[in-house]
Each structure stands twice: as C-alpha cells, then as structure tokens.
Ligand binder design. Structure first.
Ligand code: UD1
Length: 419
C-alpha cells in the first residue's frame, strides 16, 4: 500500500507502448494449469502482483513453477494439497477460479470467501449453485468453503447474469465431468475465449467459447501444451485514454483492436483520430475532446466496467456533460471523491449513476487509489492536471499494470514511484 506515484501533469504524451499479456486471461489460465497434471508453457504472462499471487498459490499446492522472462512453465504433476490458505485467497478475488479445476482433478477443494468488497457485494452464488448442480457437496463453515464430490456430471446451467468468473469456473469444472455441460447466457469476454483456446490445446472438447452458449464435453485426461496469453485490452484502453487526455499521440503494439471496439467508438466520437492495424492502434488527439451524452457499462461486447473509472477522467477533461451508469458492480465509484479533490465536477445521483461536467483542466492534489482501475484513473487524471499530484497506494495499481512508470516515462510523462 505504501508506495506513491508523484506526477507532474500537463505533458503531451507521445510515443509507443507495447501492451502486455492480459491479467484477466492469465489468472484463470494459471488456475487451469492444475488440470492436466503435467507441463504447461504459458507465454506472454504479465509480470504483475496478481499473477505472482496465482504462482504463490500454485507453488503452495505443490506445482513446480519456473519463469523465463514472460514465459511461465508450470508442472502440476507433483501437486499434493487441496486447500488454499486464507491469506492467499484474500489477496486476490480471482483465487476463487481455482475451485473448478481443483474439484475436477481432485474431487475436493477447500478455500475461503475472497476478501474485500471493493466494488460491491461480489457474491459467488452462481459458481456454487452450478457446482451443486454438477453433483458437488458444499459445506460452508464461517468463511471457509469445503467442496467435494464423487464425480461431476455434465448438466445444463442457465446463468441469471453472464458472470465472467462463474463462466470460467464452470468450464474448468466441466472439463473432466461425465457427459456434456451446456452453459447458457454465459459471459462472452475475450478472456473466456482465450481460456477455451488454452484448454482446447490440451485436448479439452469445448464449443462456443466467446459466444453466449458454451458446450463442454467431458474428457478423461489432458495433455501438456503451450499457449500465448492474449493482449490486455484494459491496459490498452487505459493508455489510449491517458494519451487522449494529454492531447497526445500514442501507438500501442501487441494489441487486438477487436477486443476494444466499444471503447474505440467512444474515443472517435469524442474527437480522437484512430488508426487500426492488425496488431497495433494509433490514437491522436489534437482538438478539444467533446463529451457524448451517456456511457453505460455492460457485459462484453459493451463498454467494460473495468474502463469506467478511466472514462470518467476522459469525460471530466472533455467539453459538455456525460451521464454514467455502472450496471455491473453496485459500488464502483471510489475514484469519484478523489477526482473531485482534483477539481472535477461530478455529481453522484446514486451508487451506480453519476453526471460528469467536463472542464478544461484538473489541478494537482494528494489522492488515494482505492482499487486497481480507480487507481489507474487517478494516474490518468494526474497526467492531464496542472501542477503535481500524489497518488497514494501504488500496490492497487501494481496488481494490473506492468512497468507503468517505465512506459509513461518513455512517452514523455513526468512520473516517479516513491516507496
Ligand atoms: C471479472 C474480472 C473483472 C471485471 C468483471 C466484469 C477477472 C479476474 N476479473 O470479475 O476485472 O470487472 O469480470 O467484467 O477476470 N455476480 C453474482 N454472483 C456470482 C458472480 C457474480 O451476483 O456468483 C455478479 C457480481 O456481483 C457482479 C456481476 O455479477 O455484479 C459481474 O461479476 P463477474 O462477471 O463474475 O465478475 P468477476 O468474474 O468477479
């Protein structure tokens, strides 16, 4: 928590940033490496604190993990344990994604409710009810969850909400289940398609990854495999907005523009010039940003909730008014009071709705990151603000952005991390 970024704003960002592998694709795939009981080679793994936590969990369970630059080699043959300790689960919400693969391979897993309520309630009822439908018994003692089964049976799961985590957990549990599992109204995020792609390379039989209906036909075993993690669309979107608010020009390499089309549409509508190539995007902003009337976060392919805080900053720097509605999480507004300290004009109508009135410039202040994307938004605001901003709690940002200081220095920002 203790690190802080000191940013002197108002510099025009100009240059090239290479986007890293996706955090939200890497984490479920790291959990999935327990399934094959053999070697997994994962290329393009982001070097961030969340992937380090996932590796700590794998090592705790008895896996051998080696690292060569951005490639992780995980051998899950030697796994011995089926319990993930409380302190590791509480470090990272997505440790819950170990449930499905552990249950599939060992028929037993013990872990804890993931900590914090940083964005709202974030229950796991959809995960647990699907496991029960597949034949698992679940015992809850305080915050401890003990999940076991004799075997898992394929079945039909109709999700009441297209939860990303529940979709991933059900796919992973179903890989070795008896018969077919069909998930209806499932999440369609690119990270789900990447998980299915990874599992398919191992010999899993999965149809429909990346669509709203996924069918998994259980198999008896998986083979070793090699996979390259897709680029991080949220990291890409964050740098695009940073360049836009600075009135700069940025080229992103190692990016897939199809994964951020809803965001690119907003940026173009607000006045940015965008060029898309097969693996790169260039954004140039040389005019006054103009607000669009409204932004509503939605499951993929809608506007990602993980871009909402950074988009708040974009709209605060634009001319005109934009009304926001956050439909995914009930309490994802911790960045707003901090942005108000920097002079932003934002009125909160409810936990999920707020109105941003754009102004020409924010001013430097001392602010506090309360969560990962909210923290990225504060850095974005600081880059466009006049004077110096201190963004406290760097550890939130380190969970999801590899080398953020080096990347920003390279494109002309004035930023230092003080520990
Ligand atoms: C994932 C992403 C996170 C992103 C989110 C939404 C990872 C590691 N995290 O989180 O960055 O912000 O998708 O795109 O990939 N819900 C239930 N019951 C459940 C599960 C979810 O009610 O059992 C609700 C949640 O409270 C929330 C909504 O569904 O309101 C979305 O959650 P979900 O899609 O599951 O998000 P995560 O998988 O936690």
């Amino acid at each position: 928590m203790l690190g802080k970024y000191v940013i002197s704003g108002g510099k025009r960002l100009k240059g090239t940033v290479k986007i890293n592998g996706s955090k939200n694709a890497a984490l479920p795939i790291l959990a999935a490496t327990v399934l094959n009981g053999s070697v997994n080679v994962l290329e393009n793994c982001p070097q961030i604190s969340d992937t380090k936590t996932a590796v700590d969990i794998l090592r705790h369970l008895g896996c051998l993990v080696n690292k060569e630059n951005k490639t992780l080699i995980i051998n899950s043959a030697s796994m011995t344990k089926t319990e993930i300790p409380r302190e590791l689960v509480k470090k990272m919400r997505s440790s819950i994604i170990f449930m499905g693969p552990m249950l599939a391979r060992f028929k037993k897993v013990t872990l804890y409710y993931p900590g914090g309520c940083e964005l709202g309630k974030r229950p796991i009822d959809l995960h647990l009810s699907a496991f029960k439908k597949m034949g698992a018994q679940i015992e809850e003692i305080g915050d401890k969850i003990i999940c076991s089964c004799e075997k898992l049976n394929g079945c039909e799961v109709n999700l009441t909400f297209p939860s990303v985590g529940a979709t991933q957990n059900i796919i992973l549990a179903a890989v070795f289940a008896d018969g077919e599992t069909v998930i209806k109204n499932c999440a369609m995020e690119p990270e789900i398609a990447d998980l299915c792609d990874f599992l398919g390379k191992h010999g899993a039989v999965i149809e429909g990854g990346g669509t709203s209906r996924i069918k998994i036909t259980g198999v008896k075993k998986l083979t070793p495999s090699r996979h390259k993690i897709i680029p991080d669309r949220i990291e890409a979107g964050t740098y695009l907005i940073m360049a836009a608010v600075s009135g700069g020009k940025i080229t992103l390499e190692n990016v897939d523009f199809r994964h951020i089309s809803s965001l690119l549409d907003i940026l173009s509508e607000m006045g940015c010039e965008i060029q898309k190539n097969s693996h790169s995007i260039t954004l140039e902003m040389s005019k006054q940003l103009l607000n669009i009337p409204s932004i509503k976060t939605l499951p993929y392919p809608g506007i990602p909730t993980d871009m909402q805080p950074q988009l708040t900053v974009l709209c605060a720097a634009a001319k005109g008014v934009c009304e926001f509605e956050e439909t995914i999480f009930e309490n994802r507004t911790a960045h707003i009071p901090e942005l108000i300290k920097m002079g932003a004009d934002i009125k909160q109508k409810s936990d999920r709705e707020f109105i941003v009135r754009g102004r020409n410039s924010l001013k430097g202040a001392e602010v506090y990151a309360r969560d990962l994307r909210g923290g990225a938004a504060l850095i974005t605001a600081a880059l466009s603000a006049s004077g110096t901003t201190i963004v406290n709690n760097s550890s939130h940002i380190e969970r999801g952005y590899e080398n953020i200081v080096e990347n920003l220095l390279k494109i002309g920002a004035d930023i230092t991390l003080k520990i």
